[in-house]
Design a protein. Structure first.
Length: 127
């Protein structure tokens, strides 16, 4: 799956976001080692620490399906010109050896990053 297709899947997922507090819809799509694609949308909660990022939801879907390595993660918000994963999600990506992270806003401009660029020195001592 190319980056544009992956971003389109993330964009479609963002339409299902539950964001009544921030009004910031975010969608994510991940590609597992098997080639299967899993999507997620952010799910807010009035108890803010309970909020789930779109990336966390998509990664959870992949893990529930048996994936243990992820080739790529795409993140898109139709409400921001640019978006990057939060620190917690970046560490989640380290856990599953994500090879690349693609981000975009509604204008279609995208950027691809290595996880090392986004989280240098991520926690890997457990390996």
């Amino acid at each position: 799956m190319n980056d544009q297709e992956l971003l389109a899947a993330a964009g479609a997922a963002s339409e299902n976001a539950y964001a009544p507090y921030s009004r910031l819809r975010v969608g994510a799509a991940v590609v597992g080692e098997s080639g299967a694609v899993f999507t997620g949308a952010n799910v807010e909660n009035a108890a803010y620490p309970s909020t789930l990022c779109a990336e966390a939801v998509a990664i959870g879907q992949a893990v529930a399906a048996g994936e243990r390595k992820l080739r790529a993660v795409a993140v898109l918000s139709p409400d921001l010109t640019s978006i990057l994963p939060c620190g917690q999600c970046r560490q989640r990506m380290v856990e599953f050896d994500v090879e690349r992270v693609v981000v975009a806003g509604p204008d279609g401009n995208s950027a691809s990053h290595s996880l090392e660029e986004l989280l240098p020195g991520g926690f890997t001592d457990w390996r």
